[in-house]
Design a protein around this ligand. Structure first.
Ligand code: TRP
Length: 333
């Protein structure tokens, strides 16, 4: 128990704005699973972030719960980690408002993801999309997280979070732990099967494999994966981005090293290689899909997990929030 208290805290989240993909698994969730014993981990389903662009309500509701089932099916233990749905813990919105008053308009204007997303959703550039990084800062700071495992695209947001925390601490004395982005050593950056220059994205159905895809679907997607006109199976990110991506996936799915994989396919063409990658992914995802399906049939269990998660999260969040409220000068209740 003494050691328990000294574990570093980790916070991370994924938006339920689409179905989880092989990229979410290999790039994030698989690492989360590896961290669950060594760290004190909080994994969130960030539905409030998801509504910064328009969502179908029924889909969002279903996906938020399905995402929890998939977290568990991937190996995240609800006993070891706090897992919850962001909107169930209103402290996120409350702290978000306060932190927004300690964030500069100019800082938010410089966020690259805002610039990108406001181009993609030019007809719906909301204040929520603009202040999204403030809500993310609240997510992290509420729990005094030390480390935030994120992809490279989120690093700027974690840095802004640090700046906000530092500013607040400077004005009101130490309140927040300064978090660090945590880009784990292992974990694969999985690219789109159709356009290997882009990260695999849940909004690109043909270029991504969903955790819930059936074997035939997975095989079809790998069959169509972009390669190149050479025939050699070797890792060369510059000149063979498609094949390199498939090799990365193959290694992550089988646990083999790149050398072992290259050797295995030496002298063989893509006609042998691609189906082998597909098979490895089919076998990797089969138990995850089956377990998710089983859990989805047990709504009462999932409900108990996210309710308990929200309760545990609220307990921690409240400690930070009440401190902050007092420091900024809100009257005692
Ligand atoms: N913005 C993150 C993404 O889109 C999701 C997210 C929200 C998050 N809050 C967070 C990630 C807090 C880490 C920590 O990927």
């Amino acid at each position: 128990m003494e050691n328990e208290a000294r574990k570093k805290r980790i916070f991370s989240g994924i938006q339920p704005s689409g179905e989880l993909t092989l990229g979410s698994y290999m790039g994030a969730i698989k690492n989360w699973v590896a961290l669950q014993d060594e760290y004190d981990c909080i994994y969130c389903i960030v539905d409030m972030h998801a509504i910064t662009v328009r969502q179908d309500p029924a889909q969002l509701r279903r996906r938020s719960v399905a995402q929890l089932a998939q977290y568990i099916a991937c190996g995240l233990d609800p006993q070891k980690n706090i897992m919850f749905i962001q909107s169930h813990v209103p402290q996120h919105a409350e702290l978000g408002w306060i932190l927004g008053c300690y964030t500069q308009f100019g800082e938010l204007s410089r966020m690259t993801q805002f610039k990108q997303k406001s181009q993609q959703h030019a007809d719906n550039i909301t204040a929520g999309l603009f202040t999204y990084p403030v809500l993310m800062a609240a997510d992290i700071l509420l729990y005094q997280a030390d480390l935030v495992p994120v992809g490279a695209d989120q690093k700027q947001h974690v840095e802004l979070c640090r700046d906000i925390a530092q500013r607040f601490n400077g004005v009101y004395s130490d309140t927040f732990t300064l978090p660090e982005p945590f880009i784990p050593k292992m974990g694969a950056r999985v690219m789109s099967l159709g356009n290997p220059d882009n990260k695999m994205s849940k909004s690109d159905p043909d270029g991504c494999v969903y955790l819930m895809d059936k074997p035939e679907e997975i095989r079809r997607k790998f069959k169509r994966a972009v390669t190149d006109s050479e025939t050699a199976v070797r890792f060369d990110k510059e000149n063979k981005p498609g094949v390199s991506n498939l090799l990365t996936i193959y290694c992550a799915a089988t646990g083999k090293t790149m050398e072992e994989a290259e050797e295995e396919f030496a002298g063989q063409g893509y006609g042998v290689f691609k189906p082998a990658v597909a098979d490895a992914v089919v076998e990797l995802l089969r138990p995850i899909r089956e377990e998710s399906e089983r859990l989805m049939a047990d709504k009462a269990y999932l409900e108990s997990v996210y309710r308990e998660g929200a309760q545990r999260a609220q307990y921690l969040a409240n400690k930070t929030l009440s401190k902050v409220q007092r420091k900024v000068g809100f009257a005692a209740r």
